[in-house]
Design a binder for this molecule. Structure first.
Ligand SMILES: [Zn+2]
Length: 376
């Protein structure tokens, strides 16, 4: 919508927005806009790639009006995957990081890679900040062949105690089994010991669950975030909320896979497991949110579907502002990412209209700034 007001100084011509403003790394700029989630009109300055909450002399005003929110966050993503089960592909990874940046996704939590991500891709200037869990920990024969560090029994605890430095660990708590079913791969006590060891070694633990047993065990074992959570029993939601736990439901990817999982080639028990899980997932997510569980937006695969997931959360029953927050300010709080505080890396998006009236606009924000530079 074009109000005709020249509220996008320096980047507007007669036909609308003509170009992204060039913001040099040494240049200081100023924005006055309504900042979400509060929606209060706020002045922000950017200098040296970081936010200043107090005036910066000589800053060029680039925006007066419109809406600002912290750059988007994908809380469950995999990158550099050219082939399921294959090695990390650095060319694919580079293309995906550029796509994330152009889409206004300024941070992502990478919950498992074929191998550890190289340090130089984790926080590039002008690119997304990546948190990562390294190689996921899984039981033998209970994960995608070729991927995962396979451990059994106390091996899981040892691996959780020994890992260093990435901030997160990922455990695959349930998977397809050799009876043609889908079931827990670790018992509750093993998970509890492993998660305690991970906490001791300074990590938070993201646990993949898609079964009632796996989900219940993960919550009771103290998992910091439940990934997918399909079939998560409702009765553990208060426990998850009490521990300030997080649920990342990845509803969009489940719906995308629903057709292939309904095929006659899938054994009947698995077909039922999947269709029941997909059908009950929106209600589960709404109940989780109502119980005080923090729900975050994560896409799994492919890269670039984050706003689809925001719309899925809205359809599941989250209020629009909460669903956008799940992909922005709430995720930044949970993951302790920059969030427009004085001195934070300047990662934000700007839209002319309130994105809460049409979240689809966030697919192509009018302006993306990462580490103080305009992307695009
Ligand atoms: Zn995943």
């Amino acid at each position: 919508m074009d109000s005709g007001i020249p509220n996008h100084a320096g980047i507007r011509d007669g036909s609308g927005i003509s170009d992204q403003p060039r913001i040099g790394p040494e240049e200081s700029v100023h924005l006055r806009a309504r900042v979400l989630p509060d929606g209060e009109e706020t002045e922000l300055w950017i200098s040296g790639g970081v936010i200043s909450r107090s005036p910066v002399p000589g800053a060029r005003t680039i925006v007066t009006g419109g809406w600002v929110l912290p750059a988007l966050v994908d809380a469950h993503l995999h990158v550099g995957v050219a082939e399921i089960g294959g090695p990390l592909d650095l060319d694919v990874l580079a293309g995906e990081l550029a796509l994330l940046a152009r889409s206004g996704i300024g941070a992502a939590r990478i919950l498992g890679s074929p191998s550890t991500l190289p340090d130089d891709v984790l926080s590039p200037d002008g690119g997304p900040l990546l948190q990562h869990a390294g190689v996921p920990l899984a039981a033998p024969d209970r994960f995608i062949p070729g991927w995962g560090e396979l451990v059994s029994g106390d091996g899981l605890t040892d691996a959780c105690a020994e890992r260093r430095g990435s901030g997160w660990l990922k455990i695959i708590a349930d998977w397809f089994d050799d009876t043609g079913s889908y079931s827990a791969a670790f018992d509750g006590e093993t998970l509890s010991r492993a998660i305690a060891a991970a906490h001791e070694s300074g990590h938070r633990v993201a646990v993949h669950t898609q079964s009632a047993d796996g989900g219940r065990s993960a919550v009771l074992a103290g998992a910091d975030s439940i990934e997918h959570g399909m079939h998560l029993p409702m009765e553990v939601l208060p426990d998850l909320a009490a521990r300030r736990g997080v649920l990342v439901p990845t509803g969009t990817v489940f719906e995308q896979l629903a057709e292939s999982m309904a095929s006659d080639e899938v054994p009947p028990e698995l077909r039922r497991w999947y269709s029941d899980g997909v059908a009950s997932h929106p209600e589960l997510v709404r109940r989780a949110w109502e119980s005080g569980v923090t729900v975050l937006a994560g896409t799994d695969l492919p890269v670039g579907a984050l706003i689809d997931e925001v719309e899925w959360l809205i359809a599941a029953g989250l209020p629009v502002g909460e669903a956008i927050g799940a992909a922005s300010w709430t995720a930044r709080e949970v993951l302790d990412l920059p969030r427009l505080r004085d001195g934070d890396r300047a990662d934000l998006i700007w839209t002319e209209d309130d994105p809460r009236t049409d979240p689809g606009r966030l697919r192509a924000p009018d302006l993306v700034i990462l580490s103080g530079s305009a992307v695009g």
